[in-house]
Design a protein around this ligand. Structure first.
Ligand code: 13P
Length: 250
């Protein structure tokens, strides 16, 4: 059975509440009735109530860019899964490369966050991907295997159904350099093979693996049109309703 694709917007640290509301108000009519793919927006935590209210009863889901693994506590600056749920969020990114790079998130932390998200019924998008030096050194496969194995420690096949993976080669993020569809497909196959090893063929066949890294309207069809690519996680090109719509409707 074909996997339903998911096209997701990672707004990173952009937009004010007014700008976020203007985006949603312009975007919803553009994607009204679009049921071929799932659509999700990932704004900053401070924007969540605004975006969730604006997207209420629509075909657009909303989630956090990050959660803490603890349910609550003295973690200044962090957002808990309970807080996300209380404002109506349903999804979260976990282990985005910018979290790994600038906030020292390890595979172990990613794993703890994944357990927390699943425990509370939040759909997790676990981000993995190699940096340029690793690709050039021929280490892409081993890096992806290590990240997937680390993220999935003690995750059971029964619990794994909601998990989405995003393959985001770090050298393609915000650089305008995109992995070719062939490169992305090859990486997705490595990831799916690892999931098969860890959780079985059934879970792996159903798990969605998104591609992220300089996805734009003009390359979205070539990437998302691949059977092995189950959608996109879009940064820069998701900030404007028209360009994100063009990607959603690739
Ligand atoms: P860009 O689309 O801006 O390259 O960002 C990709 C990304 O990091 C999405 O999470």
């Amino acid at each position: 059975m074909a996997r339903k694709k998911l096209i997701a917007a990672n707004w990173k640290m952009y937009k004010t509440p007014a700008e976020a509301k203007a985006f949603v108000d312009a975007f919803l009519p553009l994607v009204a009735g679009h049921t071929r793919d799932e659509i999700a927006l990932f704004p900053s935590p401070v924007l969540l109530p605004t975006v969730i209210a604006a997207a209420k009863d629509s075909n657009v889901a909303v989630g956090c860019q990050n959660i803490h693994f603890a349910e609550e506590g003295a973690y200044t600056g962090e957002t808990s899964v309970g807080q996300l749920i209380a404002v109506g969020g349903t999804h979260t990114l976990i282990g985005h490369s910018e979290r790994r790079q600038y906030f020292a998130e390890t595979d172990e932390i990613v794993n703890k966050k994944l357990h927390t998200a699943l425990k509370h019924g939040i759909v997790p998008i676990v981000c993995v991907g190699e940096v340029l030096a690793e690709r050039e050194a021929g280490k892409t496969e081993s890096v992806l295997k290590t990240q997937v194995t680390g993220a999935f420690a003690n995750i059971t096949a029964e619990a794994a159904a909601p998990i989405v993976i995003a393959y985001e080669p770090v050298w393609a993020i915000g650089t305008g350099k995109t992995a070719t569809p062939e490169m992305a497909v090859e990486a997705h196959k490595i990831i799916r093979a690892e999931v098969t090893k860890l959780l079985g063929a059934d879970v792996a066949a159903k798990m969605r693996i998104l591609y992220g890294g300089s996805v734009k309207p003009d390359n979205a069809t070539a990437l998302c049109g691949q059977e092995e690519i189950d959608g996109a996680l879009v940064g820069g090109a998701s900030l404007k309703p028209d360009s994100f719509t063009a990607i959603v409707k690739y």
